[in-house]
Design a protein around this ligand. Structure first.
Ligand code: AMP
Ligand code: MG
Length: 351
């Protein structure tokens, strides 16, 4: 299968609408399309068509018990796919939709088991990206879409990343340029009495508490290395990982820098290609290997936005081992470190 890439170009509304219509037709006919959202690129299929949803698992190599998120474009469409929407969830929707928030509800019978990985709940998100919203509307209202990467790899934040993973597997990629946020949505479960965060994201527990009061964190998140299983099935898999070995170094900045310099020197001397992930502030202090800045500590959004891209760049440069600073930044540090720790297989050196 040949994969066509169609660019969404600002100011070219008529042309863009034609490209979106072409993508929507593929979706309505049961095919797959990758498209930009504000978080990461999604790999979409008609969420109400069992065989379409099933193709997503095949294209990604995704385990079949890992459910998909259903993307909608308006509140009215939420009612058809859920049994009930608690008042607190409505409040959340008013505050955070469209945006990087996914909520989990009991599903209605029109949502096939293929979309929910066999669960009787459904994850729903209303993205804010204009091309995503237009595509959802044109495709009939419900697009099931996980991130558009091969299962286990870093999520795609550029159409080029999608092409690398999905070339020949899907007919069309809508290219909307670089995404704005760069990490996946926050997932909150409303299918039980007390709402629970199953995956941290750009919308933090503090922001949620301001809207609906007390919430719980999935115990499987807090104790990531224990044998408590996280409730979001996808959270238990190795994830976001580059081909290279990734090791995080955590502690006071000066010590981190010293340790990374020692370790990269040893790696280079033993004939390995080494990489370093630092920040705009710290990069000049690293002396060995390929040094890349993930962003600036004065704006943590830049760190989230570049995280996956930088892991993929190191893969392209055939690096064997990457040493990275850790990024427990004030607001979204929990979401960033949740991904970095998984990408590193929890290898952390404390200094
Ligand atoms: P992705 O879109 O690739 O980021 O993956 C979607 C995430 O949502 C995975 O971690 C899934 O396990 C999680 N998810 C989707 N539906 C449900 C559900 N009904 N219950 C719990 N977690 C879900
Ligand atoms: Mg994913």
């Amino acid at each position: 299968m040949q994969t066509v890439i169609e660019k969404i170009i600002e100011g070219e509304e008529t042309l863009n609408q034609q490209k979106i219509e072409k993508a929507a037709r593929i979706l309505r006919e049961g095919g797959l399309v990758a498209f930009p959202t504000e978080t990461v690129y999604g790999l979409g299929a008609d969420a109400l068509n069992p065989s379409a949803a099933a193709q997503i698992y095949q294209a990604k190599g995704r385990p079949s018990d890992n459910p998909l998120i259903v993307h909608i474009s308006c509140m009215e469409d939420l009612e058809r796919i859920t049994l009930q929407v608690p008042p607190q969830a409505r409040k959340m929707a008013e505050h955070f939709w469209p945006g990087p928030l996914t909520m989990i509800f009991e599903k209605s019978e029109i949502v096939p088991a293929e979309t929910t990985g066999g669960l009787n709940t459904v994850a729903v998100r209303m993205p804010s990206h204009p091309a995503a919203l237009a595509l959802i509307r044109a495709a009939g209202g419900y697009i099931a879409a996980p991130s558009a990467n091969t299962s286990g790899k870093p999520s795609p934040t550029l159409a080029e990343h999608v092409a690398l993973d999905m070339e020949g597997r899907i007919p069309l990629i809508l290219d909307g340029g670089a995404v704005g946020i760069g990490i996946e949505s926050t997932i909150v479960d409303f299918s039980e009495k007390i709402p629970m965060v199953l995956r941290p994201g750009y919308i933090t527990p503090e922001m949620i508490k301001e809207v609906i009061g007390e919430i719980e964190m999935d115990p499987g998140l807090v104790e990531e290395n224990s044998n408590i299983h996280p409730k979001a099935p996808g959270m238990k898999y190795k994830h976001y990982a580059p081909r290279a070995e990734l090791i995080l170094v955590n502690g006071a900045q000066e010590k981190v820098q010293q340790t990374i310099n020692n370790l990269t020197r040893e790696a280079v001397e033993s004939g390995k290609a080494a990489g370093v992930i630092g920040t705009d502030e710290s990069c000049k202090g690293y002396q060995y290997g390929i040094v890349k800045s993930i962003g600036t500590r004065s704006d943590e959004d830049t760190i989230a936005r570049h995280m996956y891209g930088i892991l993929r760049e190191f893969d392209e440069q055939n690096v064997d081992i990457i040493y990275s600073e850790s990024f427990s930044t004030p607001r979204i540090g929990q979401a960033i470190m949740n991904r970095m720790l998984k990408a590193a297989g929890h290898q952390v050196i404390e200094v």
